[in-house]
Ligand binder design. Structure first.
Ligand SMILES: [Fe+2]
Ligand SMILES: [Fe+2]
Length: 262
């Protein structure tokens, strides 16, 4: 039996994940403010219907204030955050998208396509994985050419459909990830059918083409080749992302303050 799974005295039959949960709760309990996770953060690990139960009778009431701003466990964001501030302080490793964009640049594609490759997975990196193409497209729509956000939205569907003429075969990795019998949902197929006849189809297809080769964790990548492209094609709001009153400002604010109580 693995040491991690061995039962220690006093630990009863609690699983590793229960113990990790308990440790996390203890860490959160030691903070000055009460941090309550959004349902979406834990839905599945927990059944949302069982959350927010009243405390067990006799337990000590928690009199701390609820967190309504910066989470002390995260780096503080600047007052007027830029796209790169989010990459630095709130997103996971940019390695994959930098590799994608580097491929696109070396392939001689136009700057809009390079930017689309650079931003295609920001929802996975910093927001929500499920339907990440749609979320990512929405996050950037007010700040980029419509073709860029369109391409990101539809790469979600296109990556499941080969286009041999364009050089895109169904990724080997997807057979490992999802099994040989995996079938996409109807809404994904419908969006693919729509996208393949669209004038911007190839921009979205190029995201998938530059995407699948970009998972080498040791690849040497840099932001340098992309700084001017971001400057030219990403309309950074002067008030900062999250504070410009755009239809998606609240989404950027939620990334800044993911544990704000309300
Ligand atoms: Fe993606
Ligand atoms: Fe990707």
């Amino acid at each position: 039996m693995n040491e991690n799974h061995r039962q220690h005295p006093g630990q009863g039959a609690r699983s590793l994940s229960e113990r990790a949960d308990e440790l996390e709760h203890r860490m959160i309990d030691e903070l000055e403010q009460r941090i309550v996770k959004s349902v979406l953060f834990v839905s599945g690990d927990k059944d949302p219907r069982t959350m927010n139960q009243p405390p067990p009778p006799g337990s000590k009431p928690d009199r701390r204030k609820f967190l309504m701003g910066d989470d002390p466990r995260l780096p503080k964001m600047p007052e007027t955050p830029t796209l790169l501030d989010f990459f630095r302080n709130r997103f996971g490793s940019p390695n994959h998208v930098l590799q994608s964009a580097t491929h696109a640049l070396k392939g001689g594609h136009d700057e809009k396509t390079v930017l689309a490759c650079l931003l295609h997975d920001i929802a996975v990196a910093g927001f929500i994985r499920a339907d990440h193409g749609y979320w990512g497209a929405q996050l950037i729509a007010p700040y980029v050419d419509e073709e860029v956000s369109w391409a990101i939205r539809y790469h979600q569907a296109l990556r499941f459909f080969p286009d041999e003429a364009a050089g895109y075969t169904y990724p080997e990795a997807y057979i490992r990830y999802f099994g040989p019998d995996y079938q996409v949902e109807d809404y994904v197929r419908a969006d693919y059918e729509y996208a393949r006849n669209h004038k911007w189809y190839m921009t979205s297809r190029l995201i998938t083409l530059n995407d699948i080769y970009s998972f080498d964790p040791n690849a040497k990548v840099s932001w340098d080749p992309f700084m001017d492209i971001i400057g030219r094609h990403f309309k950074q709001p002067k008030e900062g992302l999250g504070f410009d009153g755009s239809p998606v400002a609240h989404m950027w604010r939620t990334i800044i303050w993911p544990t704000k109580f309300l």
